[in-house]
Design a protein around this ligand. Structure first.
Ligand SMILES: Cc1cc2nc3c(=O)[nH]c(=O)nc-3n(C[C@H](O)[C@H](O)[C@H](O)COP(=O)(O)O)c2cc1C
Length: 205
């Protein structure tokens, strides 16, 4: 029997660790969304969170294109998605595309941290969405060329991820077995010893 949406959320949620903000453990990436719309007021809040990310030279290189189901921005982002992503992302009421300016505004020099800073802002966006009871799922699987062309994004901007945003849906709505299994599988992470070093390859903690 397939788990319900709330059972899946309980399973996906990482175990609490004393002193770590519960929000970090609560975020995960669903592929099933309900058709409930996201209000413009909530959308503004997720971008407000993104706006306050740190960035190299405070360049704030990030730009976001946002589409709401039925509008042309949504259509353009959706059309750029790979087939696998289109299959599930079609249920999300909001699609976002992130881009970052690759040169500093103050001197025109290349900003090697543009994509890094867009990633940080996107992480804020996703965490704020989680705090609001929304769910977000980032995607690299889209046609950059097609997205760039349909929006006329200047060459000076590098594209980041697309993000599906909405409210978590029932796993059973995904239809096929494989995708339901993915949606209901527990999440895994590397241990701290594998990622935090004092010397290269030597665990610090
Ligand atoms: C930059 C980025 C690109 C991703 N691309 C895709 C994608 O194209 N399709 C997809 O289904 N999931 C995609 N994901 C979701 C990851 O698979 C997911 O974040 C990872 O498995 C960890 O799961 P969690 O987010 O639930 O913790 C992407 C995530 C990130 C951050």
């Amino acid at each position: 029997m397939t788990l319900s949406a709330s059972e899946v959320h309980a399973l996906k949620k990482a175990p609490a660790v004393d002193g770590v903000l519960p929000l970090f453990h609560e975020r995960w990436s669903p592929r099933s969304f309900t058709d409930r719309d996201v209000s413009p007021a909530l959308l503004a809040k997720v971008f407000e969170a993104a706006r306050w990310a740190a960035s190299s030279f405070n360049e704030q290189p990030w730009r976001f294109l946002v589409g709401r189901r039925g509008d042309s921005a949504y259509q353009k982002i959706f059309a750029s998605l790979g087939e696998f992503n289109q299959k599930w992302a079609q249920t999300a009421p909001v699609l976002i595309l992130g881009a970052a300016k690759t040169h500093f505004s103050h001197n025109g020099e290349p900003n090697g941290y543009a994509a890094h800073d867009l990633g940080a802002a996107s992480a804020y966006l996703v965490l704020e969405a989680t705090a609001l009871g929304l769910r977000a799922h980032q995607m690299a699987g889209f046609d950059h060329k097609a997205a760039r062309k349909s929006f006329g994004i200047p060459e000076e901007y590098v594209l980041g991820s697309t993000i599906a945003l909405g409210y978590q849906g029932e796993p059973s709505a995904l239809g096929d077995e494989k995708r339901i299994a993915q949606e209901t599988a527990p999440r895994t992470r590397k241990a701290l010893e594998e990622i935090v070093f004092s010397e290269w390859g030597v665990a610090a903690l």
